[in-house]
Design a protein around this ligand. Structure first.
Ligand code: UTP
Length: 299
């Protein structure tokens, strides 16, 4: 494995060009990456997570019908002037924050040919650097240290690093699954991986979640990856080409991940984030307790 002491992760790529079929009809005209978690779009949590890890250059992979993502991270001079004139200082700060949290760039994936293909669109922007990938519909809790652990593992070892979580055996077929050996606390070396296996063929119940840190060698691997499961160019297949030489590590975590592209997890994100908010939490929790009691769900 090539380890360079000056490897630094300064860039992030956020694929957000998928069709979002699990969230139709909402996604017919609105990107799922803009689903609000209370008053902030999903994408804002994700860009904030990258910025919190010291990344200030973010490339979003978009597609037709996703212009609202670009607008959200742009400046809004008329709105800002109106808020300033009305003395709405905290609203003004919130509006400015989304255009100031990172330098956000965009490139289109003309056809949704899969996650590997989407990440491949970042090659010109990323160049010969290491970079993080954060899926545009996967939110990690703001207290999560998963991405920073992944970045420091990559900067220390030069390996490609994936995020892993144990899932119930009947859910392995929803994810990429790995065969791995523990090499430190919360750290594994990955020996093989397979995309969405039937439960009886899964190598374990350690499943890949929506965070990756790659060296630039991933781009050649993506180029060499033929369409796989579902006819899509799978990032799992591209990463798998490095497992034989021991160049893939996994950071294991167990909580604080929300797949906003699934309706059930989206609801969980809203409820948990609302309960944690100082302005909303106390009243909302009181409402929830009353609601649950009223439904006869508590003794
Ligand atoms: P998903 O598989 O969850 O997204 O990809 P999807 O295909 O949009 O969703 P469903 O299954 O039809 O509901 C994870 C992330 O990768 C992006 C998606 O936008 C999402 O943020 N993606 C996926 C791309 O950018 N391009 C693709 O070709 C596929």
């Amino acid at each position: 494995m090539s380890v360079s002491s000056d490897v630094v992760v300064r860039k992030a790529v956020i694929p957000a060009a998928g069709r979002g079929t699990r969230f139709l009809p909402f996604t017919k005209a609105t990107p799922k990456e803009m689903l609000p978690i209370i008053d902030r779009p999903t994408m804002e949590y994700i860009v904030a997570e990258a910025a919190g890890c010291g990344i200030d250059d973010v490339l979003v992979i978009t597609s037709r019908g996703k212009v609202s993502i670009e607008d959200h991270f742009d400046q809004a001079p008329e709105l800002e002037a109106a808020l300033a004139e009305a003395g709405k200082t905290s609203e003004l700060e919130m509006v400015r924050a989304s255009s100031e949290m990172a330098r956000v760039h965009f490139v289109r994936q003309g056809v949704a040919l899969g996650l590997g293909h989407a990440i491949g669109q970042a090659r010109d922007h990323v160049g010969d650097e290491s970079f993080a990938v954060l899926l545009g519909d996967d939110v990690l809790h703001p207290d999560s240290d998963v991405l920073s652990r992944m970045i420091s593992t990559h900067e220390r070892t030069g390996a490609h690093v994936i995020a892993l979580m144990e899932v119930p055996p009947d859910e392995v077929s929803l994810y990429g699954c790995v065969e791995a050996t523990e090499i430190g606390p919360g750290l594994v070396q990955v020996h093989s991986m397979v995309e969405k296996p039937p439960p009886e063929e899964a190598p374990s119940n350690l499943a890949m979640m929506g965070r990756y840190v790659f060296g630039p060698s991933i781009f050649d691997a993506i180029d060499a990856t033929p369409p796989g499961r579902g006819g899509e160019i799978q990032i799992t297949d591209a990463i798998a080409s490095f497992t034989g030489s021991g160049e893939v590590y996994g950071v294991v975590f167990s909580e604080g991940r929300y797949d906003v592209g699934s309706k059930a997890d989206y609801l969980r994100a809203i409820v948990e984030f609302a309960c944690e908010r100082e302005d909303l939490g106390p009243d909302f929790e009181a409402f929830l307790v009353g609601y649950v009691r009223g439904r006869g769900l508590l003794d």
